[in-house]
Design a binder for this molecule. Structure first.
Ligand code: F2R
Ligand code: MG
Ligand code: MG
Length: 307
């Protein structure tokens, strides 16, 4: 179980770093840069906003032994490094909180008052998925409220909850074949129900499915509903952590984020031992690098089971 907690966090960072140099590339551009999928390696170990925000979520859950919105928002602000490539909505929400707005209010005014449905809440959710893996209602509540710091649109929050619940099922060791049914029962919005039905049909068609069809049916963009189902599909169709990440990144588009989310689910499912050692070792070191992320996974496990 401990290695599943660590796996989800390190998996986020490895998936993020694997996709980061290719973010925004089309599928054809990715494949011309990376070549044959069986020879893929990580180009760089530098992570982006996806992992930096995930670190903030983990730090806050550990320190508070559960969710504390004000503290989590402060962690995001303390860790914020613009060089990691943040989405404009998240940047604006954090700026507003820095200037004194409450974490409950700051995200509500974004995008003409509709709030963000970007994937920025889902990409950072791994610590919530592992910490609340055994309680689906609590997991949904904390996924929604932690998302709200930057993402107040229901589709942004629901994307984060779907991603967190996928991670929870992976922690529980649910058979892949049984996951689809659980996920379809879990989601509440029509948009995600329809996307999960598409995931199911694509899986039924097995290896016949082209990447172009996957991109057209599920998406590969920055909206949560165009990337969380794609990560779930990338995990479910693959037989290993490595295959899942290589496939997710090969679709192009929001490669770091689809990589991070696929890595979180796969890391929780296979455990840290399923992550290629050379990929994990390539992750950046430094103050909040590889060793620190591993430590956060261990601490989350300690807080969950040993305190
Ligand atoms: N920002 C980036 N990548 C671009 C820069 C990378 C470059 N390499 C660099 O280093 O500078 N990546 C990160 O952003 C994505 C997560 O975004 P988040 O946090 O959800 O931000 P935001 O702005 O809230 O949402 C993203 C976009 O979605 C559209 N959108 C969201 N809500 C909308 C609404 N209600 N109506 C219309 N559009 C909406 C907008 O286009 C948002 O900008 C990740 O990829 C992460 O890696
Ligand atoms: Mg990113
Ligand atoms: Mg991204």
């Amino acid at each position: 179980m401990k290695y599943k907690f660590i796996g989800a966090l390190i998996g986020t960072a490895v998936g993020d770093a694997s996709g980061a140099p290719l973010e925004g590339y089309s599928m054809d551009e990715v494949n011309s840069v990376k070549g044959r999928s069986d020879t893929w390696e990580m180009i760089s170990g530098r992570y982006t906003d996806d992992t930096e925000m995930m670190i903030g979520v983990a730090e806050s859950l550990i320190e508070n032994k559960g969710f504390n919105g004000e503290d989590m928002a402060l962690r995001f602000i303390e860790n914020y490094d613009p060089g990691r490539g943040y989405g404009p909505g998240s940047k604006e929400a954090l700026r507003r909180i820095t200037e004194g707005e409450s974490w409950e209010e700051a995200s509500k005014t974004l995008f003409g008052g509709k709030g963000s449905y970007g994937n920025g809440a889902a990409m950072r959710i791994a610590p919530v998925g592992v910490f609340y893996y055994d309680d689906a209602d609590k997991l949904r509540e904390i996924a929604y409220t932690s998302s709200h710091i930057t993402h107040s649109h229901v589709l942004g929050k629901e994307g984060a909850a779907l991603q967190a619940f996928s991670i929870a099922l992976a922690v529980r060791g649910t058979e892949k074949e049984a996951m689809m049914l659980e996920l379809k029962e879990f989601v509440k919005t029509v948009v995600y129900k329809e996307k999960l039905s598409k995931v199911e049909s694509l899986l039924e068609n097995g290896t016949e499915v082209s990447k172009r069809e996957v991109i057209s049916e599920l998406g590969n963009g920055e909206a949560a509903f165009n990337s969380v189902p794609t990560a779930v599909y990338s995990f479910l169709r693959a037989g290993s952590f490595k295959d899942a990440i290589v496939y997710a990144v090969s679709l192009g588009g929001d490669t770091d984020t689809i990589g991070a989310m696929t890595g979180a689910i796969s890391g929780a499912y296979y455990g840290e031992g399923g992550i290629p050692e050379e990929w994990e070792k390539k992750l950046e070191e430094g103050k909040k690098g590889r060793q620190y992320i591993r430590w956060l996974g261990e601490e989350l496990y300690q807080v969950k089971f040993c305190i």
